[in-house]
Design a protein around this ligand. Structure first.
Ligand SMILES: NC(=O)c1ccc[n+]([C@@H]2O[C@H](COP(=O)([O-])OP(=O)(O)OC[C@H]3O[C@@H](n4cnc5c(N)ncnc54)[C@H](O)[C@@H]3O)[C@@H](O)[C@H]2O)c1
Ligand SMILES: N[C@H](C(=O)O)[C@H](O)COP(=O)(O)O
Length: 341
């Protein structure tokens, strides 16, 4: 093995909303024996305070951009972005919204220019960024715009001895429910399905992915008697892709698409909107589900939960989803490298 191959992947880990649980989760992540160089993107003094709240001792250094071959548990480097106002756990402060956005921009730009190999994000509070005057609906849309890429949000949990993995991609993300039917079109569904298909092949190593596609209406429209989007939009989007050889199952009634017999037939599911499918994952595997952005020119993973303001400062927030996100990022980097080799 060459010495270059032995260098650790550099994961940019954004600390998220300063008043939320993100900084404490980053401190706990740093204690894990991961084969990764962890670069926290946030305020270095806040990370120290977060570590104290979690009662963990970190070896915190400034990130000088060098690549390293080993990292001991507890070691983390920081790209310092000072807070405008010191955090008060659980209390949102719009003065820090631009600090949060700057950390996301730095992480994305660092992935684009090769400083980082992937970004792993702790949760942000969308509302306080909006209150600061910035239009922001989520990391997914922010990174898509920053990288000028068409993307798909996917939430995924690894399987275990009794359950196969569950991967759910979303045709629409953060928009009001009332706007969903108008946002779904034949071309956009084709584009989303192509992104999911490619990601399953390149990032998950599934040669011939099987993708279930949910309907929009109850009972997938009941043959047009409970809505016509399945007949007029979804099925016409599937036909040309099937002709290209993609294995697409649906449009499926959403209420039964996740029963065990169905899950073994599909490698991933495309849902039409956020709350059509995310409650399935979050109720089954809140602690190990990971949010991914497919279609970016870099790997981005995240927690499946929010800022949990009521837990912030207690040191008791569960870091499992952030740890799963970091592990998933490392697997995706490895798969991508293999598929390009
Ligand atoms: N990746 C992200 O940035 C992301 C993801 C989801 C929600 N959010 C944002 O978070 C904010 C709050 O959202 P919400 O209240 O709907 O969801 P939430 O996930 O913050 O909280 C839902 C419930 O889960 C609990 N919880 C969440 N994470 C936990 C953890 N790590 N350990 C233990 N318990 C945990 C909370 O205490 C609460 O009871 C919103 O602004 C939302 O937009 C951000
Ligand atoms: N839709 C995500 C969820 O419910 O977990 C969450 O809002 C985060 O989205 P971004 O990764 O786009 O911030």
């Amino acid at each position: 093995m060459s010495s270059a191959a032995a260098l650790l992947p550099r994961l940019a880990v954004t600390a998220g909303e300063p008043a939320g649980i993100g900084p404490e989760l980053v401190a706990r992540l740093a204690m894990q024996p991961l084969l990764a160089d962890l670069i926290a993107i946030g305020d270095v003094d806040q990370l120290r305070r977060a570590a104290a709240r979690c009662d963990v001792t970190l070896d915190i250094r400034e990130d000088d951009g060098t690549r390293i071959a080993t990292r001991a548990p507890g070691q983390i480097r920081v790209a310092h972005h000072p807070l405008r106002a010191q955090e008060r756990p659980g209390i949102l402060d719009p003065r820090n919204a631009f600090q949060v956005l700057n950390t996301l921009a730095d992480a994305a730009d660092g992935c684009l220019d090769g400083r980082f190999d992937a970004v792993v994000t702790a949760p942000v509070q969308k509302s306080v960024i909006n209150e600061a005057g910035e239009p922001f609906s989520g990391h997914t849309e922010f990174f898509a715009q920053r990288a000028q890429a068409s993307v798909v949000m996917m939430l995924a949990s690894e399987g275990d001895a009794t359950r196969p993995p569950l991967r759910v991609a979303l045709a629409t993300t953060h928009l009001p429910l009332r706007a969903v039917p108008d946002a779904i079109g034949i071309d956009m569904l084709c584009a989303k399905l192509r992104i999911v298909h490619t990601a399953l092949q390149r990032q998950f190593g599934i040669d011939a992915p099987r993708i279930g596609v949910l309907g929009l209406n109850p009972h997938a429209g009941e043959s047009g008697h409970m809505g016509r989007e399945e007949i007029e939009v979804i099925e016409p989007a599937l036909q040309p892709l099937r002709a290209e050889g993609m294995q697409l199952i649906g449009p499926l009634p959403a209420d039964t698409a996740f029963i065990p017999a169905m899950r073994t037939r599909m490698d991933a599911v495309l849902a039409m909107y956020h709350d059509q499918a995310l409650p399935v994952l979050k109720s089954e595997a809140f602690d190990r589900t990971v949010n991914l952005t497919l279609g970016l020119p870099f790997v981005r993973t995240s927690v499946d939960h929010g800022t949990a303001l009521e837990l912030a400062g207690s040191g008791r927030a569960d870091p499992s989803s952030l740890i799963a996100a970091a592990r998933m990022a490392l697997r995706l980097i490895a798969h991508e490298r293999t598929s390009k080799a």
